[in-house]
Design a binder for this molecule. Structure first.
Ligand code: IPM
Ligand code: MG
Length: 354
């Protein structure tokens, strides 16, 4: 099986480096895995003048799955939008039609203290955000900056959802909920936005085929509040691209650190891109202190969803639980005064636990 490794920028190479070691270790006595590396984001721009070079797209297209690090950095912020690192990721999502973004937020018992919320509020949390990833205001046309009739400049974007786009993500949410607690909360802003009233209507229609699942609806502002008030009320949250972007960052802090959250972005064939939900963290890049666990857990999701290697996925997840129980902490998840380990030490610990 072939995995395209697109490490990207900032801490991307450091954290994917550790996930690669884990995959290689598994490959020695489990599924045979071949890795191919290619530049993306700022690294793609540096290598080929494009955040998603043709050669990288080819490597990705020939693989069974993509392991992705992170993209972006201050050095690239002034480039024209089409050349910016983030476009590499957005184009990959669109090109492979990776519409279903699964973002689990799991609180490990040892890390309940690391959340900025009280441990008793977050302990035992197991929430899955299902974010639509290839539509919405992220991709809607027209968009741009123009001069309006009053002669003033204005910026504009288009929020847009086709029925088929809503249907297929709703199906993913209901199907996933069946393997969990059978509760789906659909998040919208139906009190203000036409697009999201339509979203609510279509999700309700699809629910007709999933009567065994409990469906509730929530406005996004309330959902943001409920996530910090009582996050354990949620099982699966399904929402559009932009609300999902925002709510998943919020949900990550319930777990203690954004450095812990993996994600899967899947298309209808089960081909997927797997990445930590955090960014490239330019402030700590190259220092060897970044938490590699979100990327290592993304590799576990890759094995599960794209390679159908459930046993191997569980081995990784069990190893991560074990190193946390053993007390290994990178700086982002450490109690004050506790000894911390660096990126590579954390990788070593996971390998030893494997
Ligand atoms: C994410 C990121 C991306 C997004 C950026 C890097 C384009 O924030 O995956 O959540 O907005 O989707
Ligand atoms: Mg985001």
């Amino acid at each position: 099986m072939k995995i395209a490794v697109l490490a990207g920028d900032g801490i991307g190479p450091e954290i994917t480096g550790q996930a690669v070691r884990v995959l290689q270790a598994l490959s020695s006595d489990g599924p045979r895995i071949e890795l191919e590396f290619a530049p993306v984001g700022g690294a793609g721009y540096d290598a080929a003048g494009d955040p998603l070079p043709e050669a990288t797209l080819k490597v990705a297209g020939q693989a069974d799955a993509i392991l992705f690090g992170s993209v972006g950095g201050p050095k690239y912020d002034t480039l024209p939008r089409a050349k910016r690192p983030e476009q590499g990721l957005l184009r990959l999502r669109k090109h492979f039609d990776l519409f279903a973004n699964l973002r689990p937020a799991l609180v490990y018992p040892e890390l309940a203290h690391a959340s900025t919320l009280k441990p008793e509020v977050v302990a035992g949390l197991d929430l899955l955000i299902v974010r639509e990833l290839t539509g919405d205001i992220y991709f809607g046309q027209p968009r741009g900056v123009r001069t309006n009739e009053q002669g003033e400049r204005e910026g504009f974007d288009t929020m847009r959802y086709a029925e088929s786009e809503i249907r297929r993500i709703a199906v993913v949410a209901f199907e996933t909920a069946r393997k969990r607690q059978r509760r789906v909360c659909s998040v919208d802003k139906a009190n203000v936005l036409e697009t999201t009233q339509f979203w609510r209507d279509v999700v309700t229609e699809v629910h007709g085929q999933y009567r065994d699942i409990e469906l509730t609806h929530m406005y996004v502002d309330n959902a943001a509040m409920q996530l910090v008030r009582n996050p354990r009320q949620f099982d699966v949250m399904v929402t559009g691209n932009m609300f999902g972007d925002i709510l998943s960052d919020e949900a990550s802090m319930l777990t203690g650190s954004i450095g812990m959250l993996p994600s899967a972005s899947l298309n209808a064939r089960g081909f997927g891109l797997y990445e930590p939900i955090h960014g490239s963290a330019p402030d700590i890049a190259g220092k060897g202190v970044a938490n590699p666990l979100a990327t290592i857990l993304s590799a576990a999701m890759l094995l599960r969803h794209s390679l159908h290697q459930e046993a191997a996925a569980r081995r990784i997840e069990t190893a991560v639980r074990k190193v946390l129980a053993q007390g290994f902490r990178t700086a982002d998840i450490a109690e004050p005064g506790r000894r911390t380990v660096g990126t590579k030490d954390m990788g070593d610990a996971v390998l030893a636990a494997l």
